[in-house]
Ligand binder design. Structure first.
Ligand SMILES: C[S@@+](CC[C@H](N)C(=O)[O-])C[C@H]1O[C@@H](n2cnc3c(N)ncnc32)[C@H](O)[C@@H]1O
Length: 258
């Protein structure tokens, strides 16, 4: 069964916006106001805010919010004085950024695209890239690290939120039924492991397909493309995941381009 993953996931994230799911709710007026005062609160994992020292003073800095549509990180960073570009694969997620920018009288550039292809940006044109938990919607992460390395200035920062691959050894619907049967290996691909019936269900209900990347593909991948890892923390899913009581299912990386 041939599936255009990019297209399907784009429509699925548009659908998530319609459903108002957790990663599609734009920043509030209060968050924007706080950011204007210098209190920048952004998340790249579900619960914890990114440490202020990871972000630093963003005034006048060029920031790429990568696969980061939805009106969260982009508007908050723009309110703090950054020159923000948001790239995302979902038109509806980008619309949230435009609407939030308009509501708050902010200037944000939005680009519809694939996080693996940043050819529209010149080399060494950004000070920082914010990549909230989104790499598990693509099959291959190395092109992302390669492109991030290219478009960042030397000393530029890449902030990545990611999912602990461990969650992908379970079937998502099993987990929802509190059934922790180990089913899949890592790296995981929904496309390679799902039955045609499961795939048809995802297509019909516009559920994004996911991929569980090994820690080596993510962490060593960034190192291999010229980054030093300068910061790390773990996070959970705010008590909504069956695994929250056992393990932190998210992690965040601060990588600096050498
Ligand atoms: C978990 S959401 C994170 C976004 C949101 N700003 C947040 O942090 O709440 C994942 C985002 O990745 C985007 N995405 C998925 N695949 C993508 C791709 N190949 N290229 C660019 N964006 C992609 C989705 O459209 C979605 O907006």
């Amino acid at each position: 069964m041939k599936i255009d993953i990019l297209r399907h996931n784009s429509m699925s994230w548009d659908n998530e916006v319609e459903q108002k799911t957790e990663w599609t709710v734009p920043a509030t007026c209060e968050q924007i106001e706080e950011s204007r005062k210098g209190n920048i609160q952004i998340k790249i994992t579900p619960v914890k805010s990114v440490p202020q020292e990871w972000i630093g003073n963003v005034s006048g800095k060029k920031i790429l919010c990568l696969a980061s549509g939805g009106g969260q990180q982009g508007p908050v960073l723009s309110a703090a004085g950054a020159e923000v570009t948001v790239l995302d694969n979902s038109p509806r997620q980008l619309q949230q950024d435009m609407e939030t920018a308009e509501r708050e009288n902010l200037k944000i550039k939005t680009v519809l695209g694939d996080m693996r292809n940043l050819e529209i940006f010149s080399s060494e044109s950004f000070n920082m890239i914010i990549n909230p938990a989104s790499i598990h919607f693509i099959e291959d992460v190395q092109p992302v690290w390669s492109e991030c390395s290219r478009v960042l200035l030397k000393g530029g920062k890449l902030l990545t939120g990611a999912v602990n691959p461990l969650i992908y050894i379970f079937d998502y619907s099993d987990l929802q039924n509190r059934n922790k049967l180990i089913k899949y290996s890592i790296p995981h691909s929904d496309i390679d492991t799902f039955t045609d019936r499961q795939k048809k269900n995802y297509i019909k209900n516009k559920i994004p397909f996911e991929f569980g990347h090994s820690l080596e593909d993510v962490i060593k991948g960034q190192i291999d493309f010229g980054f030093s890892i300068n910061g790390f923390y773990e996070d959970n899913n705010g008590g909504t995941s069956e695994l929250d009581e056992y393990i932190n299912t998210y992690y965040a990386l601060l990588a600096v381009k050498n």
